[in-house]
Design a protein around this ligand. Structure first.
Ligand SMILES: [Zn+2]
Length: 373
């Protein structure tokens, strides 16, 4: 693909050089006025006929010399009072794209450049009403975890064909962290599933919300963000029941200086459920005289290994298994060299546990996960 792309680029360069030569070095030739062939829905699934567009959906002007087009004005049937103007989002020599205003009316359409004088005119463009988008399932109030079995979902139906643009918003800073452009048809519910990824990896822990960005219509207001907000975290605290984070300095990473101790000891009732703090691939699951029943998971997307020791029984997962964040891997116990039921938990940097990585203090991370889950 990359090779093909660079070949195309080379061809374009070549043509431009020939073009300059043919012009005799006389400099750039000013483009002529815009020449419009058609105005229609950008998406052929929204409407098929030329000179028909839909409110709140993208339109495309096709023709020549369109680079200078800045605005598309729907002049409507009566005077200037019902004019509706759309700013052009992007242009090329042969196309210009804009979103049809919510108050656009059927009638003549005028294209404007940087000044308001008309550059071109189309006698009649039919404007159809905006599709209505009805959200069905917005996972309100739920919690989701990176790599978890359940994904945050947004499900909706439409009453007529539409390109629906859904945004995922970080509620705290109102940043848009994801977008989905979905071609939807009436009678078929569409579902967006978010896997917790944003550009650059796992999304940060916090509150998120789905938001309808298009069609731009009253239906957008039907999804107030506050009610669709959900909680997302990149890890889950592994002990799913009452616990502490250690009782003496000897429970800490480094053993309070009195011994070699690569993890954090956290006490809980024997039999308390143990879940994977981060899903991934099980690297080891077995028994060792000191570790007792233990599990090592290569955490998906982290490079880190997560180690769980002294499990009550044989682990519920096997070497090579894929596990979800939050999946039960066993129960708190005191097998191996342990006194009192507790989880000995380790974290190792890449490439991992006894593979060249280094153990590091997991307590700062554990405190955060404990607060959030
Ligand atoms: Zn320990």
């Amino acid at each position: 693909m990359a090779r093909f792309g660079s070949l195309a680029l080379t061809l374009v360069t070549f043509v431009m050089v020939v073009g300059d030569a043919a012009a005799g070095g006389g400099g750039a030739v000013a483009p002529g006025p815009p020449d419009v062939n058609t105005i229609s829905c950008l998406s052929g699934s929204v409407c098929r006929s030329d000179d028909t567009v839909v409110r709140g959906q993208e339109l495309i002007v096709r023709g020549r010399n369109l680079v200078s087009v800045k605005r598309v004005v729907f002049t409507g049937a009566r005077g200037a009072g019902d004019d509706a103007t759309a700013a052009v989002d992007r242009t090329s020599e042969r196309s210009a794209v804009a979103v049809v205003p919510a108050d656009a009316q059927t009638g003549p359409v005028v294209l404007q450049g940087s000044s308001k004088s008309p550059l071109a005119r189309v006698e009649r463009v039919k404007v159809r009403p905006a599709p209505k988008v009805k959200p069905l399932d917005i996972s309100p109030g739920s919690s989701f975890y990176f790599g978890g079995r359940r994904k945050a979902t947004f499900e909706f139906t439409v009453d007529r064909p539409a390109d629906v643009l859904v945004e995922l918003v970080d509620v705290d800073n109102q940043a848009t962290v994801g977008t989905w452009d979905v071609a939807a048809r009436p009678g078929v519910a569409r579902r967006i599933r978010w896997n917790g990824k944003v550009r650059g990896g796992a999304a940060g822990t916090g509150r998120y919300s789905f938001r309808l960005a298009a069609p731009a219509s009253a239906s957008a207001k039907a999804v107030p963000e506050a009610t669709t907000a959900f909680f997302f975290a990149d890890h889950l605290f592994p002990i799913r029941g009452p616990h502490d984070l250690g009782q003496t300095p000897t429970n800490n990473f480094g053993g309070g200086g009195t011994r070699t101790h690569y993890g954090q000891d956290m006490f809980a009732k024997c039999g308390a459920k143990l879940a994977a703090a981060r899903g991934g691939e099980v690297q080891f699951a077995g028994y060792h005289s000191a570790a007792g029943n233990y599990v090592v998971i290569d955490g998906a997307g982290t490079g880190h290994d997560y180690v769980y020791m002294h499990l009550l029984e044989t682990p519920l997962v096997k070497t090579g298994d894929r596990v979800f964040t939050g999946q039960k891997i066993g129960e708190v116990g005191e097998t191996g060299r342990a006194s009192g039921c507790h989880l000995h938990f380790e974290m190792w940097s890449a490439p991992g546990w006894y593979e060249g990585g280094r153990a590091f203090d997991p307590l700062p991370a554990l405190r955060i996960w404990d607060r959030n889950s």
